[in-house]
Design a protein around this ligand. Structure first.
Ligand SMILES: [Zn+2]
Length: 280
């Protein structure tokens, strides 16, 4: 198992970080990608990767911190991108969930996202995308990095590779991202919804399936990554408690259930995908 998205540098792990890491590897865990959200956490991710053989780092500035992105911080980020064991740029993206009235500028987010996409492109690193309530704008921006159909030099390999982390959008959006060559990352959030039995106007029962189940079922197994996003989003059996990499197995189990495959198969495929995308 590979936890492709963890925040082990967060203060929630200050008391038992090494124990949490040990637990994951003792439980059959293979690798962890620790994700930066700003300059400090990106630096801490690099430090964690330097300390542990099977931990790798991603560095980037989260859309919530878009306003810290300027020439100087971008330069610092670039110094981190070239460090050993830094395998991706992220998490970067757009988050329009919080209103602009609370101080988040969408324009700033778009600018910060674009300059970090350039950084990833220049250093040939995959990106880890955070997106909330902004999928339309996201697709619009990512389309600029697709090879143009009418360009005779167009190459089949996309300019940018990456993963839409903690995907919770609809199937048509996932489909667009897949067409562009991106992977879809699922967290414990896919273990929360339940099938609902509703009555139609004639009083007949029918099952409504949550959209995210459809997304999991339709996404090809060779394009799925599993992740915890710990300390957040603990999967159903552990919901409400602090999440940790060892719990990524519950995400694999849910994918196996929805796809009617064995848990081993889900674990094996998602690990292979993460190895391939991040070159680890
Ligand atoms: Zn995250």
């Amino acid at each position: 198992m590979i936890d492709s998205h963890a925040h082990l540098d967060f203060k929630e792990f200050d008391k038992d970080r090494e124990g949490v890491i040990k637990r994951f590897f003792a439980d059959g865990g293979e690798k962890i990608i620790n994700i930066g959200c700003d300059l400090a956490s990106s630096e801490r991710s690099v430090e964690l990767a330097q300390k542990h053989e099977n931990i790798f780092a991603s560095v980037g500035i989260h859309p919530h911190d878009a306003e810290i992105l300027n020439e100087e911080s971008l330069k610092k980020l670039e110094e981190l991108v070239i460090k050993t064991k830094v395998v991706a740029v992220g998490e970067i993206g757009l988050d329009f969930f919080r209103p602009e009235s609370s101080g988040f500028s969408q324009e700033k987010q778009i600018d910060a996202f674009k300059s970090q996409l350039e950084l990833a492109k220049n250093h040939k690193k995959p990106i880890i995308i955070h997106c909330r309530e902004a999928y339309v704008d996201l697709l619009e921006i990512l389309k600029n990095y697709q090879p143009k159909d009418d360009d005779p030099r167009a190459h089949k390999t996309p300019v940018l590779q990456g993963v839409a982390h903690c995907f919770l959008g609809s199937w048509p959006i996932a489909e667009e991202l897949l067409k562009m060559g991106f992977y879809i990352g699922f967290t414990g959030a896919i273990t929360y919804p339940k099938k609902r039995v509703t009555k139609d106007p004639l009083g007949m029962n029918f099952n409504t399936e949550p959209e995210i189940f459809k997304v999991v079922k339709n996404t090809p197994l060779d394009r799925i990554l599993i992740e915890t996003d710990c300390p957040f989003l603990a999967p159903a059996p552990k919901r409400g408690s602090r999440n940790e990499p060892a719990f990524v197995k519950y995400v694999a189990a849910k994918i196996a259930e929805l796809k009617s495959i064995s848990v081993e198969e889900a674990e094996k495929a998602t690990s292979e995908n993460a190895r391939k995308l991040f070159g680890i």
